[in-house]
Structures are given as C-alpha cells and as structure tokens.
Design a protein. Structure first.
Length: 217
C-alpha cells in the first residue's frame, strides 16, 4: 500500500488528486493539507466525497507529512513547491509537483516567466511527468514535475507522429484555450460569470516545458 499526502488538497487540482487517489486500491490517503480549511474533514469541504474521504485537513508540516506518507503531491501555487520540495526529499519522501517549479531543466527559462528559482540544484534530476512518454523515468524518480494542461494536450497526440517521422517540427502550430477553472479557486473579477460567459480573451503566454529529450521521442 502506497501512503500518499496531498499538499493544497482543497484547491481544484488538489481536490481532483484526492478524488482520484481515493479510488485507487493500492493507495492510502495519509494526509491532506489546507491552510484555509485546517481542522475540517475533507468531505465537509467537498460534500460529494462524503463517506469516501474523511481525512481531516491540516497545516503543512514537513516532519509530520513525511512520517505519514511515502509520496507527496504538491498542488500549490508556483514558487511554494520550490521552497517545500527540498525538505521533503531530504526526509525521504518522493515528490510530484503540479506547479511549474520543476517542469524546466533550464532555470533561466523558468525565471523569464515566473520568478527566481530557489532550488536550481534539483532541476537536473526532476523528471518531466508526461507518463505516456517518460514511464520508466517517472517510475524511478524522486521528483516529478507534472506538465501543465496545454503541453499535455499538445504533446500526447504529437509525440507518436514525431516519433514516426511524419511531422516537420517547424510546421507545428498549437491553438489552445483554457476554461475558467484554470485560474484556480480564488475568486476575482476576471473569473466572474458575467466577465467570461460566451467569450474568451488572449492573455500573455508563458513558455511551456516540452519533453527534455524531444529529439529522442
């Protein structure tokens, strides 16, 4: 049985991870952290999970989490995982990060779109979490940087075509749209129904991490 903890388990991504893990026959949900809902049961925050996940949400404590779990999912905003992951790894936990903090091997590329990186020494060992492409590497990794929604939707259909030599890489154009849930759970004017219904808008794009050994796909 794999003991899993989810940090940031009451955000949209974190809650979905908890839901998926709760149905896995070989996973035990050992801990769920939430700053906002600490002290409340997960199924009280998300009633749809009533009877399935009764874990009480708690504040993030690296010693407590690593004592309880074998693997920790970091469903936290960019910048927070780079501060937390090193401590978890030193305590023997495996880490799967859902932010952008460990998707890039080149720190300069990350920093051009986000902020200074505080754990650059870990970038070289982080495995790009596109499981259909890097299955073996992920299986043995201590640290996995999960790809975002855009790279996943683009790469999954393209990688087989590129491997088969059926595409000219210079010819690829990706036209992607994100639903409003991509903005996260915190309310703001930009995600109000009246602001987004029956419309869409262009936003500044950030560089997305592609497979680090693209030429070998």
């Amino acid at each position: 049985m794999i003991r899993a903890a989810v940090a940031g388990g009451t955000g949209y991504a974190g809650a979905e991870i908890v839901r998926i893990l709760s149905g896995h026959p070989e996973v035990e949900i050992a801990a769920v952290t939430s700053r906002q809902f600490a002290g409340q049961r997960f199924d009280q925050v998300f009633p749809a999970m009533a009877g399935r996940v009764t874990t009480v949400c708690e504040e993030m404590n690296e010693d407590r989490i690593c004592a309880a779990a074998d693997v920790v999912f970091l469903a936290l905003p960019h910048k927070l995982p780079m501060a937390i992951a090193p401590g978890l790894l030193k305590r023997g936990c495996r880490v799967i990060d859902l932010s952008a903090d460990f998707r890039f091997r080149d720190a300069a590329v990350y920093e051009s779109a986000y902020q200074p990186h505080a754990a650059k020494d870990l970038l070289a060992e982080a495995v790009y979490g596109l499981s259909e492409v890097y299955t073996d590497e992920i299986r043995n990794a201590r640290l996995v940087g999960n790809p975002g929604c855009y790279p996943t939707s683009v790469l999954l259909p393209l990688v087989p075509l590129v491997r088969a030599g059926l595409l000219d890489l210079e010819s690829i154009v990706a036209d992607s749209k994100s639903g409003v849930s991509g903005a996260g759970r915190s309310p703001s004017l930009a995600v109000h129904f009246c602001e987004v219904t029956e419309s869409f808008k262009a936003t500044r794009s950030r560089p997305t991490a592609t497979p680090r050994r693209w030429k070998r796909c």
